[in-house]
Design a protein around this ligand. Sequence first.
Ligand SMILES: [Fe+2]
Ligand SMILES: [Fe+2]
Length: 236
Amino acid sequence: MPAKPDMFTFAAIGDLHVKEDRTSLFRDLFAEISTKAEVLVLCGDLTDVGKPREAEVLAEDLRVCSIPVIGVLGNHDYESGQAEDVEKILKAAGMHLLNGQSYEANGVAFVGVKGFIGGFGRRMLASFGETVVKSFVAESVGEAMRLENAMRAVRNERAVVVLHYAPVVDTVEGEPPFLGSSRLGETIDRFKVSAVVHGHAHHGRYQGRTSRGAPVYNVALQVEKPSSRPYALIKV
Ligand SMILES: [Fe+2]
Ligand SMILES: [Fe+2]
């Protein structure tokens, strides 16, 4: 079927895990993506252990991008307790880092949160018992609420949700079923969403769907994609 003339193509990739001694690793890839897509979306774990120097290495590579770059942080970007510095460096390089906000490109709203773990369906962890378990679940619920609030503000016909953690179990198949949370999927299903992209599940599966049918793509670098490239090309 021919693509609708107003269709929009974005590239998405997660889990770059940039290390401080691996400079220029993604420069050619970003240049290639700039010729194939209208927006580049990065789905977290941008750095390997969340060091500002790693963010600087990535920021340097991002300078070759001639299209808008949008993204969220992942758990690895928090590892060194310097996520704020990582964020500052990437924002200074022109990246639109989302944490409960949206960014509009060519009429499409990209809505981003990191998300959190918590499990799926009937195996989802419940807020019961010890305080530490309750705090853990509260974090998971909080991320879903942050996504909900951001989605409520969207007025665009097309919206793309950008996450680090998976909102459905389909795309984490082959991994422990703990790498995301159904709470994110349930929130997505309350809105009209054209596509969802996430990372984190390095050994998961590329494609899945929410209960109400929104397409979900695991775009972690390590996951095989139909594009046969390390990034996904998605039309909405
Ligand atoms: Fe990762
Ligand atoms: Fe991760």
